[in-house]
Design a binder for this molecule. Structure first.
Ligand code: MG
Length: 195
């Protein structure tokens, strides 16, 4: 006898520079600014394409002593509140508070480009990684996805050239570049066979 366990697909989301404007080590929830196209994009990904929406965010400002964990949590709560449509659109917000130069925890498995936060979601939500995506504005986002067969989409930004330089050894067919969040959603939609 066999039975099929239904898996969930997910879109993993970087936080700063992807969902919200990134002023650098954001610690004040009053300064959260959601980027254009993000809320509508998330509504489409969740309601139409049925993806779980999981934030995976490096917050080394904690290890560096620039912001504290309570500030990161309050910013996360504000983002979650702003990205609600009767109920929160984001299923989970994971963050890594470490940095190798500032943490003495024998080095973590969660800081991107490591895929630890993605794997945490995989365990909790039974995620089908090879039919999942990650959207982010850094090479580390792309590499964390590629490490576990999650398809990455790199957002255009002022640092695009620098990020592409880091990714120069990666075959160009392994990820896509989107001009903005809406275009990233379109790419996912196309890959799911929806126009
Ligand atoms: Mg970012």
């Amino acid at each position: 006898m066999s039975y099929k366990v239904t898996q969930n697909r997910a879109v993993f989301l970087d936080r700063d520079g992807t969902l919200n404007f990134d002023p650098g080590y954001l610690g004040d929830h009053n300064k959260v600014e959601i980027l254009s196209g993000v809320k509508d994009g998330l509504i489409f990904l969740k309601r139409v394409l049925n993806f779980k929406l999981i934030v995976v965010s490096n917050q080394s400002g904690i290890a560096r002593g620039l912001i504290n964990e309570e500030q990161v949590v309050s910013v996360n709560n504000r983002i979650s509140e702003l990205l609600s449509d009767n109920e929160p659109l984001l299923d989970e917000i994971y963050y890594c508070k470490h940095h190798p130069d500032f943490s003495n925890n024998n080095w973590c498995e969660c800081r991107k480009p490591k895929p630890g936060m993605i794997l945490k979601a995989y365990d909790k939500y039974n995620i089908d990684l090879s039919n999942s995506f990650i959207i982010g504005d850094s090479a580390a986002d792309i590499l964390s996805g590629l490490a576990v067969s999650v398809f990455p989409i790199l957002l255009n930004s002022l640092k695009l050239e620098k990020e592409l330089e880091i990714l120069s050894k990666i075959n160009k067919s392994k990820f896509k570049i989107a001009n903005d969040f809406s275009e990233a959603v379109q790419i996912i939609s196309h890959q799911c066979g929806v126009n």
